[in-house]
Ligand binder design. Sequence first.
Ligand code: PXP
Length: 247
Amino acid sequence: MRFYVNVDHIATVRQARGTDEPDPVRAAVLVELAGANGITVHLREDRRHVCERDVRILMETVRTGVNLEISAEEKVLDIACEIKPMQVTLVPEKREELTTEGGLALGDDKVRSSIQKAVERLAANGIRTALFIDPESEAVTISKNLGVDAVELHTGEYANTNSLDAVDWQLTRLTDAVVLASENDLGVHAGHGLTYENVMPVAAIPLLEELNIGHSIISRSILVGLDQAVKEMKTLIVQARGGFLEV
Ligand code: PXP
């Protein structure tokens, strides 16, 4: 299990004042020193938090690896193909959303064909590709057919569920999607909305290989510091995996 920390919201605080602090590049150093296995950033088309300068410097400074989340839009693909991060996770993007609300709508012909082109382009540049999808069998099967290396399962619905029965159902849904993706030789990642309170049942799912967690860690870091916030989350994930993370 790899534990990647999304540092977008360090940049959100910076953008709130339009100054140069806090710097996600400095934060990424602390996140790595605290034990994260990788740094995730979402270069949104509207640049509402992370900007091109951040990603370019992170490519020079990150010692683990950069997982770059982008849409399939040409201009951000150009950047990805030029800087060649360790992994690109393709995500849906809507200008008006507060955060990525759902997985890629791969049933839609237009979306599927733009994702297909993006995957081919990234693969031709030697970049590992993942698709951010809802934990549904059709989405896993389409992803496989699109030739990606991995899928990231959207855990937002699990995270937003309150009743115990519904939580169980969401976990079963996630587990089934993990098994199907793994049977199809896809790498299996998960993320979105995971917190200190809800991470353990997801982290415990066998065959799950990577977690991407951002908002909850950055929020806690404001109160306890980044080092402690990252370490506390890692401790929960390690506990859920029975005591160690096989990276
Ligand atoms: N994975 C993906 C694909 C995302 O888009 C995000 C949010 O940027 C995350 C994981 C992290 O979500 P959160 O900030 O809710 O932990």
